[in-house]
Design a binder for this molecule. Structure first.
Ligand code: GDP
Length: 189
């Protein structure tokens, strides 16, 4: 079966988004890094699955080697399942993503969100970026342009609307993401 994978840092709203997409209530140990096994959900009526992979990136209170182990698990899972993964949804926090990316770029390390995005492309999993928490973003177009630029998608963001989906999961406002996934599903048939 086709599968949709959600990845992203802790606390960006992956669980909330999964709940909105699937209608399943989704509660796990809320401590970052606790859930290491992917959680699978069927998404009726379409016959594809959602897999929520553990958040990674900054996880406060989680040891460095444990963070690395979680990251390795996520990467391995996606690699092993790449063939039937219809879309890899990178979930980011629209309010803070650019600042976090820039902070880490200064550390001369590749920021996790950027790394994840190019990783999905490398393993031929079509990436989707769910830019969540848009309710907290005031300068919407400017923020989305900046984020696109950091991910190597040349602005304006609107020309990437088959990849970039601004959403507010908490309010159930996720239509742009649904539309992208529907389109991917149609193409895959
Ligand atoms: P996860 O760790 O990625 O699974 O994130 P959660 O789904 O647990 O959400 C983390 C926090 O962000 C929770 O307090 C959510 O209520 C909040 N959150 C999720 N989506 C949104 C949103 O669209 N807007 C705002 N303002 N907060 C959100």
């Amino acid at each position: 079966d086709a599968e949709v994978v959600l990845v992203g840092r802790s606390n960006v709203g992956k669980s909330t988004l999964m709940r909105e997409l699937t209608g399943h209530d989704f509660t796990t140990g809320k401590k970052p890094g606790v859930t290491r096994q992917p959680n699978h959900y069927d998404w009726a009526p379409e016959s594809f699955m959602f897999t929520d992979l553990p958040g990674f990136g900054f996880m406060s209170g989680v040891e460095e080697d444990r963070r690395e182990a979680i990251k390795t698990d996520v990467v391995r899972y996606v690699e092993e399942n790449a063939e039937h993964v219809l879309a890899g949804v990178l979930v980011v926090d629209g309010k803070s993503a650019v600042d976090i990316i820039d902070r880490h770029t200064n550390d001369e390390e590749i920021p996790h969100d950027v790394e994840l995005f190019s990783f999905l492309q490398d393993v031929d999993v079509p990436p989707v970026v769910a830019v969540n928490k848009m309710d907290k973003v005031e300068d919407r177009d400017a923020r989305l342009n900046e984020l696109c630029e950091r991910l190597g998608l040349y602005p304006p963001w609107q020309q990437w609307d088959h990849i970039v989906a601004p959403v507010t999961a908490k309010r159930g406002s996720i239509e742009p993401l649904r539309e992208i996934l529907r389109e991917r599903f149609r193409e895959a048939k």
